[in-house]
Ligand binder design. Structure first.
Ligand code: 6R9
Length: 661
């Protein structure tokens, strides 16, 4: 990070300080402030997890907390029944809080919509009735390909109400990505949107949705299209089984749909995420364990109260939005803020304008955003009143201490604790973080595992490493929010997460998240980043194989290797090394076609930062591409050992090419 980042303005005291304590004011009001919680969870494990389950209303109380008889296919609260939509909506209305705001939505242009819990109840019921009428039955997977419009959480909760799992596909993903996910889940229903605004311009989302639909291999029974753009729309006609959201709902005004009693282990949703192979993984989350875990971590880590106005600036298309914009906060009856636009439009103070306007109490964002704020300078947050903020959070990638301190000083006014929360799509909710009312914060280190979470750092043999040593993060006991399997692929579930460190003969199952980590002698865990072929661009997981196969699909490309290289703002960026077929040249035009190929296959977030053409890729004698070297080249670092290369000369060629760009 360069000095223009505002870091120069940090007082020397702050720059040198390595540990920070929560203020007395914060501790006094914190949901969890007694250190004994760690011990209690240890002593009472797994009964301790009733604390999470007790945050929910159950139709049928569970009698067994954890069934571990068939590890790693664990079941939680398995004989209990409940409905997630009831828990996130109805019960707050029934408890007399119908007029409390559930969702505050702000569009890019500043138009707003406010949904009280009563409003949300009405909308969710009406849309649930409409879904039923369209033929959606319990256990049918409904795909949502939507930007940040309030209809997205409404549709999710409507699905939950009738027991139809949703599969949300990030709106920034391409048509092809949509089709791949609908095909994988054999999903016959799609909820989408005509478009949305980005930096002042309307984007044609429906064209992408239609294109995706044309590549779905099976029949699609119905599509519902939200009209976000109105007169700015692109004039697409709705054909056949495509319905306009408002027109459809006009027939269901005032309808009510009883929430379906779901088994705790019934699927609540699927979320596709990137893995080591080219094919996205369908992570399956369940109704009871997931909801209990997101509610619990929202309570204990985000310190949410029903009275709070809370804002997580993620997109609902990612797991962070599922768990901490929709399910966790709404289960607790909190007010959750949703913002359509980007942080720098119409100006770089936009987020702080919203914090002031809505008097936000708790704010949760990603290090990539914080690094951008730093670069823009403190004058933007300084022009707004951020004094309502009580707690800050970060997620998605490691946060460097300078960015942490900048966030602490310029956003939190040195009064708000920061929770650096490590978790994954697969874990459902937060796993490693300080508890804000208890723990000393150490910038750059996420903190100890949460109570009840058995996270350990091990070496390649699975032995715990000494303090200060780097190793691999593992989780050695199950937890309620964990994924249950990869959709219709139990085998890959075991392969991806459990093969590395488990001892099945002994019935010992160890979860491997594929992150490197380091542990301090006080048990704090510092996450070092992915150890598999996944690049983390602005906190978004992208598989290098997915990007490579997109590039290889471009006319004239013979072979490609993709690695993640350091990037000031994004954390990591995509660097592509490409071998062309004879007769093709590494011209600007070829480069543009490659970039376009990646955007079409995955989406603009996967766009390569640099494309380097090379006659050969560095390969080991056994023919494996040596990605480590490519990473070093991308980062302009000194090259490590090249003696195992079959073609050592190629390295200097690539270096020349790369620096010539
Ligand atoms: C929630 C989410 C998961 C990967 C994970 C890790 C990285 C997430 C982090 C972090 C360091 C943190 N990651 N939080 N690294 N510190 N606080 O981001 O889910 O999209 O599945 O990504 O993100 O590498 O394995 P997901």
């Amino acid at each position: 990070m360069t000095d223009e980042s505002g870091d120069g303005q940090l007082e020397a005291r702050l720059a040198e300080q390595e540990a920070f304590e929560p203020s007395d004011d914060f501790i006094e009001q914190a949901n969890v402030a007694d250190e004994s919680i760690y011990e209690e969870f240890e002593e009472e494990w797994p009964e301790c997890w009733t604390r999470a389950a007790d945050l929910l209303d159950w139709d049928e109380e569970y009698t067994e907390i954890l069934d571990d008889s068939e590890g790693p296919f664990y079941e939680w609260f398995a004989d209990g029944t409940l409905n997630a939509s009831y828990n996130c909506v109805d019960r707050h209305v029934e408890a007399g809080d119908k007029n409390r705001v559930a969702i505050k939505w702000e569009g890019e242009h500043g138009n707003t919509r406010t949904y009280t819990y009563q409003d949300l109840y009405r909308e969710v019921n009406e849309f649930a009735a409409a879904l039923r009428d369209l033929g959606v039955e319990e256990d049918d997977v409904v795909t949502m390909y939507m930007p940040m419009v309030p209809e997205l959480p409404i549709a999710m909760l409507a699905c939950a109400r009738i027991g139809a799992p949703h599969s949300v596909v990030f709106a920034g993903f391409s048509a092809e990505a949509l089709a791949t996910r609908m095909n994988a889940a054999e999903s016959r229903y799609l909820i989408t949107c005509d478009g949305y605004y980005r930096r002042g311009d309307p984007l044609d989302h429906q064209a992408k949705a239609n294109e995706g639909l044309s590549s779905v291999d099976h029949g699609v029974d119905a599509t519902v299209v939200v009209d976000r753009l109105g007169d700015d729309g692109f004039g697409h006609d709705l054909k056949g089984n495509q319905h306009d959201w408002d027109d459809l709902l006009a027939d269901f005004q005032g309808d009510r749909v009883d929430p379906v009693e779901r088994n705790a282990e019934d699927m609540l949703f699927l979320m596709y995420t990137s893995g080591t192979t080219g094919k996205p993984k369908g992570v399956k989350h369940t109704t009871g364990g997931y909801l209990a875990y997101t509610a619990w971590t929202s309570h204990a880590v985000l310190d949410l109260e029903p009275e709070d106005t809370y804002w997580c600036s993620a997109d609902i298309g990612w797991i962070t939005g599922h768990s901490y914009i929709v399910y966790g906060p709404l289960a607790l009856g909190t007010t959750t803020v949703m913002y359509e636009g980007t942080p720098d439009y119409p100006d770089r103070g936009r987020l702080w304008e919203l914090v002031e306007k809505y008097a936000v109490d708790v704010f949760y964002t990603a290090p990539t955003a914080i690094r951008a704020f730093m670069k823009w300078g403190p004058e933007y947050p300084e022009s707004y009143d951020l004094s309502t903020l009580r707690l800050l959070g970060t997620v998605g990638e490691p946060i460097n201490p300078r960015a942490w301190k900048w966030y602490y000083k310029h956003i939190g006014g040195e009064e708000c604790p920061i929770v650096d929360t490590w978790w994954q799509t697969e874990t459902g909710g937060m796993m490693v973080s300080t508890l804000p009312g208890i723990g000393t914060m150490k910038p750059g280190s996420a903190g100890p595992p949460l109570p009840g979470i058995d996270a350990r750092v091990v070496d390649t043999d699975g032995e715990e490493v000494d303090a200060g040593q780097a190793g691999y993060l593992t989780v050695q006991r199950p937890w309620p929010g964990m994924l249950r399997t990869l959709y219709r692929n139990d085998e890959r579930f075991i392969d991806e997460y459990w093969d590395e460190y488990s001892d099945p003969d002994e019935g010992e199952w160890v979860y491997f998240p594929e992150d490197g980590a380091k542990i301090d002698d006080d048990g704090y865990i510092t996450i070092l980043g992915r150890v598999d072929d996944v690049v983390n661009v602005s906190g978004h997981r992208l598989g290098t194989m997915e990007i490579e196969s997109a590039i290889v699909g471009v006319d004239g490309v013979a072979e490609a290797a993709v690695v993640g290289g350091d990037h000031d703002i994004k954390g990591e960026a995509v660097y592509a090394y490409v071998i062309l077929e004879d007769g093709y040249d590494g011209t600007e035009e070829t480069r543009d076609r490659i970039i376009e190929g990646v955007e079409d296959a995955i989406g603009p977030i996967a766009r390569p930062e640099e494309v380097t053409f090379t006659p050969e890729l560095p390969k080991t004698r056994s023919g494996k591409i040596m990605r480590r070297l490519l990473e070093e080249i991308a980062n302009g670092e000194e090259l490590g050992d090249t003696t195992t290369l079959r073609n050592p000369d190629v390295v200097s060629d690539i270096q020349e090419q790369a620096s010539g760009d």
